[in-house]
Design a protein around this ligand. Structure first.
Ligand SMILES: Cc1ncc(COP(=O)(O)O)c(C=O)c1O
Length: 389
């Protein structure tokens, strides 16, 4: 306290340490297998790491790169959107490189919201959403995705839209549930956005991790090109989460708005890594197919282990997370379960309850990541098997 006031301002008062920091620290302290935070335990393609080393050695990106990102990367992003989705973006005006998807989300909300604007997002939400909406002075309006399918209730979405609604914040493939929006769902969402003249920010960081169905960028649907800020990043797709290279693709006016906020957050970041990610985006389809197949196999491996251990398992269609329910163990409180899990069996997981505004909705859900080596997943499954419901 100073001047009789708490140090942390009112907008952020409800936010403590992120669950990932808390659970990863617990994993280190107890020497547990960390299936909590979503980062791979093996690095991505060797040639991409070498590209980063080369850039560092050759002095590419060691000084401030251009504010919107290096031209090579912006062109590679535009080409990727064209190649994968048939989307045309001008690399000079319609692409912006950011410090991970996290900064892209923050800059988009800070740029596009006025205080009091309502933002509708599906809960459970990725934990930066609530904080970024708060920092921008917005009001979050959660729409609950419910087990077992976690499909969005689009009638509830229609009902949640008010004259104060400014923006929809969507995430598909969805962390933590693994839900992937279908073309029909996206079409309804797009129609609602057009009807109510809403902006949409789409978090697509798991675009290359869809096991059932396909990833369809909302921006590709009728009426969405000029009202969608499409966000992705290299971290998940290329297994270099520490590089924090993300991007926005959108219409030129939207990119200009987001850039205005972004330039006062970090201005620029990850200079040499931008060169490496430009090369990564040009990897052949075989890389992306192989990556997806590997993670699908790991999903099935961990899913089997969790089922055998007694969890209710909600099969994810995408991402690298599995949401489970601990009710079969006679337990109801995912947070307490996750805090005790390392001592009980040497595994760390994350309680989904912290990703909901409605604490009852996810109270007994626990999330595990499967972006780890096969033997680590087998060992974790074995340890969890000792829990015995
Ligand atoms: C849904 C979602 N969005 C954004 C991010 C953050 O992406 P980045 O590391 O590129 O900032 C994550 C990371 O876990 C995520 O799961």
């Amino acid at each position: 306290m100073t001047q009789g006031r708490p140090l942390l301002n009112r907008r952020l008062a409800e936010f403590g340490t992120t669950i990932f920091a808390e659970m990863s620290a617990l994993a280190v302290r107890t020497g547990s297998i960390n299936l909590g935070q979503g980062f791979p335990d093996t690095d991505g393609p060797e040639e991409i790491r070498e590209a980063a080393v080369r850039a560092l050695r050759d002095g590419h990106g060691n000084q401030y790169p251009p504010g919107p990102g290096i031209p090579e990367l912006r062109t590679a992003i535009a080409d990727h959107q064209q190649r994968r989705y048939g989307l045309a973006h001008d690399p000079d005006t319609e692409v912006l490189v950011t410090a991970g998807a996290t900064e892209a989300i923050a800059a988009s909300l800070l740029a596009l919201l006025e205080p009091g604007d309502e933002v509708i997002a599906f809960e459970p939400f990725y934990d930066s959403y609530a904080a970024c909406i708060a920092m921008a002075g917005g009001r979050r309006v959660p729409l609950t995705l419910r087990a077992p399918d976690f499909r969005p209730d689009l009638d509830a979405l229609r009902d949640a839209i008010t004259p104060r609604t400014r923006l929809l914040l969507l995430n598909s493939p969805h962390n933590p549930t693994g839900m992937v929006l279908t073309r029909e769902e996206l079409t309804t969402i797009a129609e609602l956005a057009v009807e109510h003249d809403l902006l949409v920010v789409t978090d697509e960081v798991y675009e290359h991790l869809v096991f059932e169905g396909e990833h369809i960028p909302l921006i590709s649907l009728p009426g969405m090109r000029d009202r969608t800020v499409s966000i992705s990043s290299a971290g998940k797709t290329f297994s270099y989460t520490g590089w924090k290279v993300g991007w926005v693709t959108a219409s030129a006016p939207l990119v200009a708005a987001v850039r205005t906020a972004k330039q006062y957050l970090t201005y620029v970041s990850a200079g040499p890594f931008q060169y490496a990610v430009a090369e990564a985006l040009r990897l052949p389809d075989s890389y992306f197919d192989g990556f997806r197949a590997d993670l699908r196999h790991k999903r099935d491996l961990l899913g089997e282990g969790l089922r055998a251990a007694g969890f209710d398992v909600y099969q994810p269609q995408g991402t690298y997370f599995i949401t489970t329910d601990i009710t079969p163990f006679g337990e109801k409180d995912a947070y307490a379960f996750c805090r005790a899990l390392p001592e009980r069996c040497g595994v760390v997981a994350v309680p989904n309850s912290v990703f909901y505004d409605d604490p009852d909705a996810g109270r007994s859900q626990v999330r595990f990541t499967f972006c780890k080596k096969e033997d680590v997943l087998r060992e974790a499954a074995g340890r969890l098997g000792r829990l015995a419901p």
